[in-house]
Design a binder for this molecule. Sequence first.
Ligand code: AMP
Length: 579
Amino acid sequence: MNDFIVGIDLGTTNSELAVTEDGIVRVVPIHGNPIMPSCVGIDAQGNLLVGQAAKNQLIAAPESTVVSIKRKMGEDTRVRFGEREFSPEEISSFILRELKNEGERVLGRPIHKAVVTVPAFFNERQRKATQMAGELAGLEVVRILNEPTAAALAYDAGNRDHETILVYDLGGGTFDVSVVTVESGIVEVRASHGDTHLGGDDFDQLLVDHAVAAFQRQNGRELKPDLRTLRRLRVAMEQAKRRLSDEPYVHVREEYLDGENHLDIEILRTDYEAMILPLLEKTLTCLHQALTDAKLAPKDIGRVMLVGGATRTPLVHQLLRQKLEIEPRFEINPDLIVAMGASVQGAALSGEKRHSILVDITPHSYSTVALATDEGGYEFLRCHPIISRNTPLPSSKAEMFFTTLDNQTEVKVAAYQGESENPDDNVLLGDFLVTGLRRVPSGNVVIIHFDLDLNGLLKITATEKATGLAKTVTLDTRGARTLDLEKAKQNIAQLVGMDDAIEGSSDGGLDETKERQEQLTAAKNLRKRAEALLQKGINPEDAEELRALLHATAEAIGRHDDLTELNNKLSDLVFYLED
Ligand code: AMP
């Protein structure tokens, strides 16, 4: 039987799940809606909320609700969430798990494998983080697919002409532009460019800043920037922004925004457009770069496909029309097209016969550093590209390097991502030492081989030519950013339930003893009761003691420590307070 592989668009603002079977693409409704907000929360009882339910409590409980986690993927950071802290991978895994569980319920069959999309401009770390989130959710991510490529695949599912398409993808948090050719079922990405920190969320922020300034003018006092007020303002401004796509002005009134004073403003679309123009101009610079890389001019573009919710902004259409002299089109719903394309690729990978062939590229160059000498005879480190940007994937390339010292037995191999000759301007992906080289005069040849796979993940091999001595590293980036998978599973287990977490373990489950599971179950129940007490209101000293214990148990669970003593303490305090 063929594998069943779904397509998932793990978006900054929203996420979607689609399946393609027998050539038919279907978006799977999640909680009855094709679009699920990429929002995660914990309710007052300590239950995990994902999607619309979490979004609903965004204003009321901002400290227990997380949005736009995609912007933090690949960063070495923890997000405070209720009483606990999670990595971006863990938070994203809650979103993926919800899509998986709901998808299984709707489709009536298990989902084990997925193609998950990422912005073309996501770097190595961000891609790895996405794969990790999948694993934590109990999903094998069989392919990480670039979002614009997915969009082109969805388009190709219904059209087979020869055409050069420009995919302009402006979502909540990221921007990508790609030049793609579609010919007889071959979808070939020619060039890609983008910005992983540019999207509709930034437009919201500009409107929030505008509203904060207006509030100050109107009321003669500063707006206290507490999380609750800012979230409320953000939600109001996001709605205002959407309305400005259809109306020439909007009136926003937020009663008692700071508890005492109102916000009452009118925003003209023209003023809003002036605010966002510099950001949209940045997208046009990327577009120009992608066209240049593809060695094409605007006149060569046959069709402009708009992807991502923020492309509903009329100024986007206007600027593209001016720049390319083509009317941009929403061929397929811009919110769903990426998930649909991912599912087309999923079907192809699972062996469905009629499918498109995909030729994807890398939007970044990958280089290693080597000593170079300038005109004055000074030596300096320079990036030496091994795989250049816009090279079709997978790519496997090698270059020769030479030792510079006599009897040099070690070389340090480093990999960088980026376009500059100066290593400081690029992203260091990682480095490693090759030891045990022959003791010979300088000039010993070391071959450095870069393998970039279809997911955009890099493997490096350094080989001493004369002996064949080799060292291979699949890059886990520097900064010790290697998420401890077992720890992460422990951390999320408390929220999704131990059974789910064990099931989510692709390597056959956590190595948990029965006793440990009992400890975890007891801790979970006690924590729920403690949180209910805090919610109900207890005296500040008791609350502080209870919070300290909750924090200590959370840490102990994360560290995999024995919980007996902490459970006893928590139990004593909870019983005492419940009395
Ligand atoms: P995506 O990441 O593709 O789901 O896009 C979400 C972004 O699109 C968010 O910033 C939304 O606020 C924005 N968006 C959705 N609908 C509209 C609209 N009608 N006008 C402007 N922006 C929108």
